[in-house]
Design a protein around this ligand. Sequence first.
Ligand code: NAG
Ligand code: NAG
Ligand code: NAG
Ligand code: NAG
Ligand code: NAG
Length: 651
Amino acid sequence: MPAFLGFSVLAAIMWIICLLFVPIVAGSSNTSLLNSILSHVDEEASACGKYYNYACGKYNVRHIDDSFYDPIHMLDTQMNQKLVKRMEELQENSQSPGFNESSVEAKVLRFYRACSEVPRNMSSLVEYLKLAPPGEGLTWPQLTPNGSSWPQKPFNWLETLANLHRVGLTNVLLSIDIVSNPQNVSEFRFDIGKPSFGEESQRLNSFVETLALLYIMKVPSSDIVPLARKIRKLELSVKVLTEDFNYIESGLISIQQLEAKTGINLQAFFEIILGHRITPEYQVLAQNFRYFSALKELMDKQEDAQVVASYIMMRFGMYLLEETTDGKEPIECIANIRRNMNLAASWIYKERFLEPSTFKTYNQEIKDLFEQLRREFFLQVEHNRLELTPSQKRFVAGKAADIMLNIGNLPKTDDLANFVSRHYVNLELSSGVLDYHREHLKLLQFRSQKITEQIQKLTNREEYFDLPEPNRAISSTSYYVVRQNLIILPLGLLQEPFFLPESDLVFKYSLMGFTLAHQLMNALDTEGIKIDRNGNDRKFNSQRYDEVVMCLYRQGNRNIDERIADNAGLKLTYSAYSKNARNRNQLDFTHLPAEKIFFLNLGQFFCGNSDVNVEYEDDQVRLQQVLDGFEPFEKAFGCSRNHQHESCQMF
Ligand SMILES: *[C@@H]1O[C@H](CO)[C@@H](O)[C@H](O)[C@H]1NC(C)=O
Ligand SMILES: *[C@@H]1O[C@H](CO)[C@@H](O)[C@H](O)[C@H]1NC(C)=O
Ligand SMILES: *[C@@H]1O[C@H](CO)[C@@H](O)[C@H](O)[C@H]1NC(C)=O
Ligand SMILES: *[C@@H]1O[C@H](CO)[C@@H](O)[C@H](O)[C@H]1NC(C)=O
Ligand SMILES: *[C@@H]1O[C@H](CO)[C@@H](O)[C@H](O)[C@H]1NC(C)=O
């Protein structure tokens, strides 16, 4: 009897647990979304003061044990955790005899294993340097074998830059990008220009860091200090050159002409990058020709090639450190895969975690939402607050009408598996002992090669998918591709709580709606307004438009385009929501007014865990700027503010 009793008590407990939890899990997504929102609110703060403190006041406490630091990072963490699970399944499958060793899954698994199993530390930089020398038959100076002097053959800085470009290094001495040709958006071109030094990753850091990096790269101790001085001096001279020639002469130019103007042998340079011969008539986009001639002069003047080589090596080392995660944690290795094999990661995720019918529902729901926003925008254009001319109105509306969505950043094809498999067909990872550095360099090379290969292909917007730069690849942030007039929504956004197809409109418009509206408005920000629906440059002169831009400047905004998109996006999604939810006075899952929920959910997109996220202050400011002076917001929370500042509303 006792055993039976024990069993039945257990059964009763299980039953009660089911009763308690099942209704919450199934069928009350509105309530659980709302509860999650309310759990971040600090009721003791005032919504009319610093709104962040009210809407996000409890975000830190609520997520004290979580590893993510903001809502998007949470989605990425969820996505990465799912992919870890998928890797474990693949690992299991790979033991069975039927496992296809040349499949994309096998390649992903191989890199995942190399990442998570091979020990490595800062000294690994030298491993990379050995695998990626400055040129054929050359080594980096400090790695010269005993008894021989450096260089064994003449070192050529341009050749070295081209070789390293093949594994993704750019913006050292000169910058090389692959961009849409502004005169013909169906093709990509090289764009060669002077380097920028604006970001930390674009220049040497402090003297101490330079010393440390030279040390890690095994430069003999006695050479480190003098060498550090010399390479910093070299960088400074280059930086001064870039500041000198600030006017832009830009456009398509043949290699032959470019060589004549600059005195630099660029044909050989591009041939190394492309891996094949080109004719002197080959056309690239170029700017600041005089910078190049000055650079050549500077390089010719350098007496010690070792200094030039070491400078390039330092920047290469910095690039590798940025590309590499010391972390061998499964979740970090997934991020590493998303960074380097983005398409494969998206495909594997979709196959495993998004049923076709679910994916279809998401697509339909998001497209419907976008259509509502677009319709609302057409009404705004008709209303014509900017007093645009009829032809300007047609342009603005036409551009909005033409925007396409790519949900998941996937190519459009009936056979995605086959497409992905062809995409990776030339990626050959080795089969023997796991070697992280070798595989990683191969992937860096593969990634660059794919970007370069775009030059050989014609692009078609219908089939376009983006090869995202690394930091974008690991984040589910949406973005607008200006030359393609296309919005990319990464797959990570198709997760709870960001978007639930079966949830109430108030949730959908305030988060996904705001995101889409923001991107839609990016099509018409100060950059977008100068590019037509086909991606070609055009002029746009509107006094009222310029006034709004000046108004934003006067308010001390740094990033005008983001401000335009935020302000106009908020107005757009709020208006669209109000119209679509018009006939319902009261939500049936709560007594709270819908408006409050709308602005809470929207506001919490900007929440961040200030303990770990250094950028949260920017987000606080941004949130305040979005909502300040927006009447429906002030009405919802009963704020009466004195409207001292001007409203810089675009549309
Ligand atoms: C293994 O995968 C490759 C690449 O996806 C594919 O081409 C090949 O047909 C597959 N082989 C088998 C036996 O399925
Ligand atoms: C770093 O890793 C290498 C092997 O890759 C090992 O030989 C070396 O001892 C490690 N160094 C430190 C400081 O752990
Ligand atoms: C190079 O010389 C150092 C001492 O100067 C010695 O320790 C090392 O083993 C030598 N390396 C080779 C590859 O001969
Ligand atoms: C754009 O470039 C492609 C490929 O180079 C070419 O076929 C096409 O005619 C060009 N279109 C225009 C409008 O020049
Ligand atoms: C959430 O609310 C919407 C509309 O208010 C309703 O259609 C939907 O069924 C609700 N979802 C759930 C899971 O209850």
